[in-house]
Design a protein around this ligand. Structure first.
Ligand SMILES: Cc1ncc(C[n+]2csc(CCOP(=O)(O)OP(=O)(O)O)c2C)c(N)n1
Length: 562
């Protein structure tokens, strides 16, 4: 059967199992929108293309499926670039479809023309400009395959307007043939055996889990390993939720704003099992001082991330799930005959660090501490909500003080640190799970970057909650200015701010304000119970800092603790 390019696109999305498309129309995609009502796809009309890409990203992080976003050429396409880079840095599978000017006009500075393929070359896993409608079905099949396999990431398809209207015979390929792309899932058995051996011998082992554990759905396997061999677990921002916070082996996040216990434990370990993590500079601090006495085992699906930042003793190219399954196959029978020696002395040491310098704050009767707000959210939701965050102090407090119980429940821009991410990402997560409680923990600065999506939330009856930790500052930058720039608060005071309660109401959402610590819990509970979008504007201590903090370039043992 002959179909137009627009029909091929939509039919192929259907065949890929896509249920939701986040988008914003324009002249260069109007043919696609013209056909959209004929396909069983839910389209969410956002208010800004940055909202579309972050929502697709949030949907992908919450579900593990590929998120899809559709925008027009020129400014529509460029408005997605921040979101594409956000997804790329955090290895999130999204497919971005951009309209393009007709092929004869490409390169002519035509109206609303940009070279989006060129612009996004360095922040996509792959991208395509489709000049011939006969290539389209194959390109879409490849795009979904590339986005979701190996190390996941964003893939962009740029589709010129004339290609959308051309007709061709439609045949959706069943298989993919890409000679140069063969991700390795299964680990080398010899390497796994070596890992089993060093793990059993280690006296002071630690698991350092990264986002790959969540991406490969390996959280249960990780928990089995930690418990079977009695190993403490720390994780990156991206991996929060991969190990339950109530397990005694849980140390909290490591790195720049990690816990004292996690940073001390990784610095004193004799064996680090780094799994699905990439030794980001926010984690390692001064690299020459990082884990000097440890043997390092690194499991990653992306061979290029191994040996990139630190020297690794046992490299394993595999996805986390396959690796942990293979390791369990070796360890389980071995443990049946010879149980693992518990790491009593090591666990005691680690527990002492936890008790010595826990995450803490002092809530008094007058000024609300932001940490108290996050702890109250955690308590009210029993650690089971989907928490998205903006970027800054709010993000770090959410990471530190919310006790996550399951994977895919913490959704935050880790690698790029994108202010404005959290709210549209929450919309994406809420689209995927209409019945779950989805809360964006926000700063008063960040929330203003994509606040227009409140209209989207209201329009689609998405009961997303926004809790603003309102300190009247671009708090994290102010914190740096306080600590390292002699309190020169240049350009970080948000003197003029909207009345967030009225703003919520203006959009048709509900708004609350809290200034009294005694009212925090009841107000949040009331807000969470409302079946509609809500902003809770919590006026918090203006100059509270995130601690611990490792100053940039220092070793992670050199933490500022207050
Ligand atoms: C798009 C973008 N611009 C600038 C920054 C730099 N930045 C990092 S944190 C931060 C302050 C965030 O302020 P706010 O949202 O009020 O949160 P707070 O730190 O006060 O919780 C800024 C400006 C960024 N991360 N992203």
């Amino acid at each position: 059967m002959e179909l137009t390019g627009a029909q091929i696109l939509l039919e192929s999305l259907r065949r890929e199992g896509v249920e939701v498309v986040f988008g914003f129309p324009g002249g260069a995609v109007i043919d696609i929108y013209d056909q959209l009502p004929h396909y069983p796809l839910r389209h969410v009309l956002v208010r800004h293309e940055q909202g579309a890409i972050h929502a697709a990203d949030g949907y992908a992080r919450a579900t593990g499926k590929v998120g899809v976003c559709l925008v027009t050429s020129g400014p529509g396409a460029t408005n997605t670039v921040t979101g594409i880079a956000t997804a790329y840095m955090d290895s999130v599978p999204v497919v971005i479809i951009t309209g393009q000017v007709p092929t004869p006009l490409i390169g002519n500075d035509a109206f609303q023309e940009v070279d989006i393929v060129g612009i996004t070359r360095s922040c996509t896993k792959h991208n395509y400009l489709v000049k011939d409608v006969r290539d389209l079905a194959r390109v879409i099949k490849e795009a979904f395959y590339l986005a979701s396999t190996g190390r996941p990431g964003p893939v962009l398809i740029d589709l010129p307007k004339d290609v959308q209207t051309q007709l061709t015979e439609y045949k959706y390929p069943k298989t993919i043939k890409m000679r140069s792309y063969n991700p390795t899932y299964a680990p080398n058995p010899k390497q796994v055996a070596k890992v089993a051996e060093v793990l059993r011998k280690a006296k002071k082992p630690i698991i350092y889990a990264g986002g790959g554990v969540i991406a490969s759905e390996a959280s249960d396997d990780l928990a089995w390993l930690a418990r079977a061999l009695d190993i403490p677990v720390t994780a990156t921002l991206m991996a929060l939720g991969c190990f339950p916070a109530d397990d005694p082996r849980w140390l909290g996040m490591l790195g720049m704003h990690g816990t004292y216990a996690a940073n001390m434990a990784i610095s004193h370990a004799d064996l680090i099992l780094a799994i699905g993590s990439r030794f980001d500079d926010r984690v390692t601090g001064k690299i020459s001082e990082f884990a000097k006495n440890a043997k390092i085992v690194h499991i990653d699906i992306d061979p290029t991330s191994i040996q990139k930042n630190v020297a690794v003793h046992i490299p394993v190219v595999a996805d986390c799930k396959s690796f942990l399954t293979a390791l369990r196959d070796i360890l389980e029978p071995a443990l049946a005959t010879e149980p693992a020696a518990p790491h009593e002395a090591w666990i005691t040491k680690v527990s002492d660090w936890k008790v010595e310098k826990p995450l803490s704050y002092a809530q008094d009767a007058t000024t609300i501490k932001p940490q108290f707000v996050v702890e109250t959210i955690s308590k009210l939701t029993k650690g089971e909500a989907v928490i998205t965050t903006e970027v800054g102090q709010n993000q770090m407090w959410a990471a530190q003080f919310y006790a996550f119980t399951r994977p895919r429940s913490f959704i935050s821009s880790g690698g790029l640190g994108t202010m404005g991410f959290g709210f549209p990402a929450a919309i994406g997560a809420q689209m995927a799970f209409p019945d779950r409680l989805v809360i964006d923990v926000a700063g008063d600065g960040s929330i203003q970057m994509c606040i227009q999506e409140l209209a989207t939330a209201v329009c689609y009856d998405l009961p997303v909650k926004i809790v603003i930790l309102n300190n009247g500052y671009l708090g994290m930058v102010r914190q740096w200015q306080e600590l390292f720039y002699k309190k020169n608060y240049c350009a970080t005071c948000l003197d003029v701010a909207p009345d967030f309660v009225k703003l919520a109401e203006a959009y048709g959402a509900a708004g609350f304000r809290v200034t009294d610590p005694a009212k925090v819990e009841s107000t949040l509970a009331e807000a969470f119970a409302l079946p509609r979008p809500v902003i809770v504007d919590v006026v918090v201590d203006r100059e509270e800092n995130v601690a611990p903090m490792v100053p940039a370039g220092k070793s992670i043992t050199e933490m500022i603790l207050v």
